[in-house]
Design a protein around this ligand. Structure first.
Ligand SMILES: [Mn+2]
Length: 357
């Protein structure tokens, strides 16, 4: 039997409302009302709002940040979403989510943040509450608000407003409830992003969906969100995963150790090295090294699919299907490696070598 634990941590600085509330989900909408009032007041008293998703942002972090930016937009306070990672390093689905919104919402990097922040800037963390997971590790606690659903510990930032609800499925769920309380019309794109944020960990989210979460989903559907559109973000990642899978399926044909040019090895050293290398998930392994007197030796090993003796024969050597070797004079380790590549990958590294058998 699964027993759910609920912990809603809503703390507002003494100046605003001296409250630390542990609550069951039944009263979360009341807390959202408080969050809305306090957050709006903080935003209104700032000249600029900087919204931070976590490092390596996922759908939830970006979507929640977009939700918060809608509130700043409504209050006509200049706001920016700060993303410290290079775009190309983000998951394709996340890139797509950002891409769709970058004309409507300012997205800046940490350098631009440093230039643009002022004493009256309010920083809002979305889907994160600890310095290890943010690009900026220090904030003035009187200029920091947190909207999150992750556990709190000693590392958690001190902040003037902390709304950390570990029973929420996602930061996007909290952001949706908040935006909806603020009576903001959610653009369809953002509704879909928020839905993707909520569904990110689908199994878990479905298990944890409660009355409040369902209300949040209803809100998103009302603003035009649909599972198929939200799924498009996931499809981007699946497509990319498939691409990677296909690449892996091509198989790692080949592993190669190149000995140092100025170190002398024995044939046995090279054979042992090739043997060890074959324990990696590869079809063939080779070790190349100087064995003295101007001779470079290649030792090859193969599992099943490739005949390494055949490859060695093309390099003036020989052997059986699983084990082979060759000795090459008047060459370097580097050059021997290139010759080997030309034989193993004739289509990629040059003309197919003449079979010298
Ligand atoms: Mn999250």
């Amino acid at each position: 039997m699964c027993i759910s634990t609920f912990f809603l941590f809503c703390q507002i600085d003494k100046k605003m409302n001296n409250a630390t509330i542990k609550a069951k989900r039944g009263i979360i909408m009341i807390e959202i009302e408080n969050l809305k009032i306090n957050l709006e007041s903080l935003i209104s008293n700032s000249d600029r709002v900087m919204i931070f998703p976590h490092k390596g942002p996922d759908f939830d972090a970006i979507a929640a940040s977009l939700g918060v930016s809608l509130i700043s937009d409504k209050l006509k306070v200049d706001n920016h979403i700060v993303i410290g990672d290079q775009m190309c390093k983000l998951f394709p689905g996340v890139q797509k989510m950002i891409e769709k919104e970058k004309d409507n919402h300012s997205m800046i990097d940490t350098e631009e943040y440093k230039k643009a922040k002022t004493k009256k800037t309010l920083n809002i963390l979305c889907d994160v509450n600890k310095p290890q997971l943010t690009w900026v590790e220090r904030f003035n606690k009187n200029r920091l608000a947190i909207i999150d659903h992750h556990d709190v510990d000693d590392e958690t930032f001190e902040a003037i407003l902390r709304h950390i609800d570990t029973s929420a499925t996602s930061a996007s769920e909290i952001a949706t409830a908040l935006v909806s309380k603020s009576k903001i019309k959610i653009p369809e794109n953002i509704a879909n992003s928020l839905l993707a944020g909520i569904l990110l960990d689908t199994d878990d989210s479905i298990r944890r969906l409660t009355g409040d979460s369902s209300r949040v989903l209803t809100t998103l559907y009302r603003f035009g969100a649909s599972s198929s559109k939200a799924n498009e973000f996931f499809q981007e990642d699946i497509k990319n995963n498939e691409k990677v899978q296909d690449l892996v399926k091509k198989g790692i044909k080949f592993a190669l150790i190149m000995g140092d040019e100025d170190v002398e090895y024995s044939k046995e050293d090279l054979a042992k090295a090739a043997n060890k290398l074959l324990r990696c998930p590869v079809n063939m392994s080779f070790a190349i090294g100087n064995i003295g007197e101007g001779i470079v030796s290649i030792s090859g090993r193969s599992k099943e699919s490739d005949n390494v003796g055949e490859i060695m024969r093309q390099l003036e050597g020989g052997g059986g299907p699983c084990s082979g070797a060759t000795k090459l004079s008047d060459t370097t380790v580097d050059e021997a490696g290139k010759r080997l590549l030309r034989v193993v990958f004739p289509n990629h590294f040059g003309r197919k070598q003449k079979n010298t058998k």
